[in-house]
Design a protein around this ligand. Structure first.
Ligand code: SF4
Ligand code: SF4
Length: 321
């Protein structure tokens, strides 16, 4: 089966509703190098957001007044301007600031300030923990990552995360299959992590592995690419289209370029051919702008759907077309 164009599944082209979320990629530098990383991040990457671009982000937040600023990477905390940015966003009164934390960064030498800083500024923590069984996590994220992640979670729990401060975990499948039901899996995670390790968290987000970057290479090498794409296409769920994150988000790359989402960013698909920069945000159409889609968008629209905030359609799955 050849993959039908994603656009052929749409009754009309996708357009934006506005900007509720400003998503900022602070760079590709990370203390880990996970097998499924769609950013291809790692310890040897040198691409990080500079101070001038950080200043443009602050100005953009003041102009757009997003409900949420979502800080991602790599490991966002490894950007030397991370603290300055968070403090400026707090001063602006941004209602929600989220740090996509990989947990192990909390234990890295030189980063022992991170957990207290996040708690002090009441930053939401969204942390990847691709499963509650150690060997599965280590297989995907590297040897010893699970036990260090548990240690990171204990530090966060000790500061009030999972109680008075929001701590959400992210699950993604280990291989070429879609995530299970988000609510059911959350219950399993909660029970297991509480009983085995005394860990508390708020919500679990299930995220589909996107067929791009490192995961695409893995699919091709394991001869699973076609099977995986066929699965995504056959599970296309139109009920996810309204809630797609690209409809209410603008994503900023480490160099300030603008994208419809993090995935388009990794594919170098800027919001238009002019490759606009965050400093030009004033001239960009924020509402009603056409969204650039391609085959990878099946990853967001298959089954219960997928976004940075987990499943999109938690009702019984709509009939695929
Ligand atoms: S921790 Fe996150 S950003 Fe870093 S390599 Fe793993 S998936 Fe990529
Ligand atoms: S990958 Fe997902 S979020 Fe990005 S443009 Fe496609 S549907 Fe929207």
């Amino acid at each position: 089966m050849t993959v039908p164009a994603f656009s052929s599944k749409l009754q009309k082209p996708l357009t934006t509703y506005g900007v509720n979320c400003l998503q900022v990629n602070l760079g590709k530098l990370c203390n880990q190098a996970c097998k499924h990383c769609h950013v291809d991040a790692g310890p040897k990457r040198t691409e990080i957001m500079d101070r001038e671009t950080v200043q443009h982000i602050i100005a953009a937040a003041e102009m757009v007044r997003p409900e949420l600023v979502d800080l991602t990477g790599g490991a966002p905390e490894m950007n030397p301007h991370f603290r300055e940015l968070v403090e400026a966003l707090r001063d602006l009164g941004v209602p929600r600031i989220m740090d996509r934390c990989n947990l192990t960064i909390l234990l890295e030498p030189g980063f022992d300030w991170v957990a207290n800083f996040l708690a002090k500024h009441r930053i939401e923590v969204t942390a990847s923990l691709p499963f509650y069984v150690g060997e599965h996590v280590d297989r995907q994220r590297g040897k010893g990552v699970f036990s260090r992640s548990i240690e990171g979670l204990r530090i966060l729990n000790g500061l009030g995360y999972g109680d008075s401060l929001p701590l959400n975990l992210v699950y993604n499948p280990q291989g070429a299959y879609l995530p299970p039901d988000q609510d059911d899996l959350e219950q399993l995670y909660k029970r297991h992590l509480a009983e085995e390790y005394g860990i508390r968290f708020n919500e679990l987000y299930t995220i589909t592995n996107m067929p791009i970057a490192r995961f695409k290479t893995y699919l091709e090498r394991s001869e699973n690419y076609t099977r995986y794409m066929n699965k995504l296409v056959s599970r296309f769920n139109p009920g996810t289209l309204d809630g797609l994150m690209c409809r209410s988000l603008i994503s900023v790359g480490y160099d300030g370029r603008l994208y419809d989402c993090d995935f388009n960013q990794m594919l170098d698909m800027t919001i238009d051919a002019e490759q606009p920069h965050i400093s030009q945000l004033r001239d960009i159409m924020l509402t009603g702008r056409p969204i650039r889609t391609d085959d990878h968008c099946y990853g967001c629209t298959a089954g219960h759907g997928s976004s940075c905030g987990g499943a999109l359609d938690t009702e019984d799955e709509a009939i695929a077309v």
